[in-house]
Design a protein around this ligand. Structure first.
Ligand SMILES: Cc1cc2nc3c(=O)[nH]c(=O)nc-3n(C[C@H](O)[C@H](O)[C@H](O)COP(=O)(O)OP(=O)(O)OC[C@H]3O[C@@H](n4cnc5c(N)ncnc54)[C@H](O)[C@@H]3O)c2cc1C
Length: 476
């Protein structure tokens, strides 16, 4: 690698790099331009050094090196944070993308996974044994990032969140220690990492429980984007057997071969779904959706569970974007009307509105059992605005924000994994007040200097908030 004189004295940098089992990428290196990219292509930041760590010892060394030099630190798994938190100007990036080991004990239904794996890689490996851990809807998302946020995917109603299958993690804390963290070892940290994001350390290994999931009824139903369909789908999805999890998208119909050419680009409501149970029962559960309107296309079929990722592959493509997300209890008719009206005049032709009906197994875990904030909310509405021209970002941010405000963003809960760069108040809205206070206190104990702040940041208890107020007296 070449030197980065603006960042660190070259002799200490050289010593640091020589001790790595992995490697460092600096500005000017051939790989740098690609290595600094993240999924949200409107994020254009120039880290001072990208450290492709090979093991936990590299992570400990990098944390210590950054602290000693007073350098800002960010953490990169799959690079899918909507806010682009994996990179920051001048920062040292702990890039875990080459730590991709996976050990799976099918008999005990346990997996030990390294954090550079993507959801798709993990899910395909588990499926080879007829098993799955619930992850998200898109294959390219990193397993650690989604796990630390909570993890809401196509098995949420049947099997719960990703964190409900997390058995333990290995974690490098701000002082460079490597801790084993589970229900019995640092249980406070184990509670916090299940929903509190990357605030408490860098996860170098995750142990998951697996569920038997083999052939599912899955795919998508493309319906006309009418008021009746949008109003009708939520109660049907909410009262369906828990085996069925749906993700509905009001969007322009994609130019896929199974969609009639005349429908391409016209508004549709695509109901993506997985029924994780008997296929015939699944057909019965899906029938009420089919009865909502004459489908534009119906590609629901028995499939191996990972095949659902083929339908969301486009979402994994790097593109500029902005998003706002709300957790709601009900989708009133007034909100249905707002969605239809706003989507009739989007700032970007690529804009979409996602409606996820939650509940089931994810809602049965008590809210206080993990740091995930709002298990009881039954609907997640997300306005996703990809756009073509990065220079027009402000216009799309304004449209997306205004639309989300009209849906009641201010009073809604948030899911930390879906937060964009929205400020401290929105991070707080991802957690009930008592949960946030407990997270802040654990943060104070394990990361009082807020070394891990390149994230949806929990401010250490007692520290100054970004708005200048105090977060309150830390508990004894
Ligand atoms: C297209 C798309 C689809 C998505 N679908 C879903 C979905 O269906 N369900 C869902 O729940 N979420 C979903 N998400 C949200 C996603 O789970 C979060 O944004 C998640 O944080 C991304 O993780 P990452 O590793 O890919 O991203 P990164 O940008 O690499 O990481 C995001 C943050 O996570 C933390 N982090 C990552 N790895 C580690 C680690 N090893 N140790 C400590 N901290 C770490 C860091 O704070 C980092 O800044 C989606 C996001 C996108 C862009």
């Amino acid at each position: 690698m070449t030197e980065s004189p603006g960042l660190i004295a070259s002799d200490s940098l050289a010593t640091f790099c020589a001790g790595l089992a992995g490697r460092a990428i600096a500005p000017g290196d051939a790989e740098y331009e690609v290595a600094r990219q993240v999924h949200n292509a409107s994020v254009d930041r120039h880290p001072g050094l990208i450290v492709r760590v090979a093991n936990a010892a590299d992570v400990c060394r990098t944390v210590a090196f950054a602290r000693e030099g007073g350098h800002r630190l960010t953490v990169r798994g799959g690079g899918h944070s909507p806010a682009g938190h994996a990179v920051a100007d001048g920062a040292i990036v702990v890039d875990l993308s080459e730590m991709r080991g996976l050990e799976l004990d099918a008999g005990r239904r346990r997996a030990w996974a390294e954090p550079g794996l993507t959801a798709g890689e993990y899910t395909r490996s588990a499926a080879a044994h007829g098993l799955a851990t619930p992850l998200g809807d898109t294959a390219s998302v990193g397993i650690a990032g989604i796990t630390l946020s909570g993890g809401i995917g196509f098995l949420a109603r049947k099997h719960g969140l990703t964190i409900d299958h997390l058995v333990s993690v290995e974690l490098v804390t701000a002082d460079g220690s490597l801790l084993a963290v589970s229900e019995t070892s640092h249980p406070d940290l184990f509670w916090a990492v299940r929903g509190g994001g990357g605030n408490f350390g860098i996860v170098t290994r995750l142990q998951y429980a697996l569920q038997p999931v083999d052939l599912v009824l899955g795919g998508a139903l493309f319906l006309p984007a009418t008021r009746d369909v949008l109003r009708g789908l939520v109660p049907i999805a909410a009262s369906a057997p828990e085996e069925l999890t749906t993700v509905a998208l009001l969007m322009p119909a994609p130019p896929l071969p199974f969609i009639p050419a005349e429908a391409h680009g016209r508004p549709t409501i695509a109901i993506l779904l997985v029924y994780a149970g008997d296929v015939e029962d699944g057909q019965r559960a899906v029938a009420p959706f089919r009865a909502l309107a004459r489908p534009i296309a119906d590609v629901i079929r028995p499939m191996p569970y990972p095949a659902i990722y083929e339908l969301t592959a486009e979402a994994g493509r790097r593109t500029p974007g902005v998003q706002r997300s709300l957790l709601l209890d009900v989708l009133e008719d007034s909100k249905v009307d707002t969605i239809l009206a706003r989507m009739a005049a989007p700032s970007s032709p690529l804009a979409m509105t996602q409606v996820r009906v939650l509940g089931g197994a994810m809602a049965r875990v008590p809210n206080a059992a993990t740091a995930f904030g709002h298990r009881g909310r039954s609907i997640m509405v997300t306005v996703i605005t990809p756009f073509a021209d990065g220079a027009e970002r402000d216009r799309h941010v304004a449209w997306t924000q205004d639309y989300a405000d009209a849906l009641g963003l201010h009073d809604a809960g948030a899911y930390a994994g879906f937060l964009d760069d929205e400020g401290e108040a929105r991070v707080r809205s991802a957690y009930p007040a008592a949960t946030y206070a407990r997270l802040a206190e654990i943060k104070r104990r394990y990361d009082p200097d807020n070394v891990f702040r390149g994230n949806q940041n929990i401010v250490p208890a007692g520290a100054r908030r970004q708005d200048g107020a105090s977060t309150g007296t830390p508990a004894a």
